[in-house]
Write a protein that binds this ligand. Structure first.
Ligand SMILES: NC(=O)c1ccc[n+]([C@@H]2O[C@H](COP(=O)([O-])OP(=O)(O)OC[C@H]3O[C@@H](n4cnc5c(N)ncnc54)[C@H](OP(=O)(O)O)[C@@H]3O)[C@@H](O)[C@H]2O)c1
Length: 256
């Protein structure tokens, strides 16, 4: 059977908002592939991309399936944050419904190394429960949507770090650092020392960019309450941009 060139053309959808998604977008643009980059719309000034960009939710799995059909998307790459479980579940459902190939670009989670003092918990409410009873200085490195449950432990002094200044009042008084990162090992040590941080609550995001706080905590002998990644449906995944490019049928000049 003759297949037209048009029907062979790739049109990829990158579900983005992470450093890895940005690296992938750069590589896809370099390869001259047709693609759309999608942001969830959480940050006020998202980074410019070398690809056409859209911002905001699709309206659930059904909305994403409609978008895939309307935009003639041939491949979906879920390069969202490992804790963006809603988007990732919708991507699995929409790709199944439309028969569209899907791959997740996900960094391996961090593994404990000698000297780490981690308390591993399943979710945010377990992290709140794991905090000590006596007042302590706590760095909450978990994203603003998840901080509210910590109001139930008001004896602590919390330090929060956000990409944008908070628009709405916070659920409790806190020291807020506004910074986009990436963060250096020295910078994290300095921040923890000057604020007298005793405990850190973090999500197991993986990757090098967010790792500095975990390494700094180990150096200072601080306990880290580490929230495990959410369970997701089975899906194909890749750990590198090179693997995703190979999946799209393209070579790159990047290392593996
Ligand atoms: N770089 C980082 O460190 C970092 C950290 C956290 C989050 N993020 C990014 O921020 C975004 C939101 O995270 P979240 O935890 O709020 O996710 P979530 O809870 O899984 O997403 C909630 C809803 O937001 C919309 N959405 C999320 N990501 C989207 C995307 N890339 N394009 C279009 N719509 C999207 C979807 O709405 P509909 O159901 O209406 O489609 C989704 O159902 C993600 O893209 C994630 O990668 C980045």
């Amino acid at each position: 059977m003759m297949v037209s060139q048009e029907s062979d053309k790739i049109r990829a959808l990158i579900l983005g908002g992470t450093a890895d998604a940005n690296l992938l977008a750069a590589e896809i643009a370099r390869a001259g592939l047709d693609a759309v980059y999608s942001y969830g719309g959480r940050t006020r000034a998202p980074a410019d991309q070398p690809l056409p960009t859209r911002i905001g939710g699709f309206g659930g799995a059904g909305g994403l399936a409609g978008y895939i059909r309307d935009e003639r998307i041939t491949h979906v790459i879920d390069a969202t944050h490992p804790f963006a479980a809603g988007m990732s579940r919708n991507a699995v459902a929409a790709c199944m419904e439309t028969g569209t190939p899907l791959i997740a670009l996900e960094r391996a989670p961090w593994a404990r190394v000698p000297g780490d003092n981690w308390i591993e918990v399943a979710d945010v409410s377990a992290a709140v429960a794991a905090l000590p009873g006596a007042p302590a200085n706590i760095l909450l490195a978990i994203g603003r949507q998840h901080i509210a449950p910590f109001a139930t432990k008001p004896q602590h002094a919390y330090t929060l770090r956000f990409v944008d200044p908070p628009e709405a009042p916070l659920p409790f008084a806190a020291d807020v650092i506004v910074s986009r990162g990436p963060f250096t090992h020295e910078g994290e040590l300095e921040m923890m020392r000057t604020r007298g941080i005793h405990w850190i609550v973090a999500r197991n995001s993986g990757g090098d960019g967010a790792r500095a706080k975990i390494d700094a905590a180990r150096m200072l002998g601080l306990p880290v309450i580490m929230i495990a990644r959410p369970e997701l449906p089975d899906r194909q995944s890749a750990e590198s941009v090179t693997e995703v490019m190979r999946w799209l049928g393209h070579r790159t000049c990047l290392g593996a």
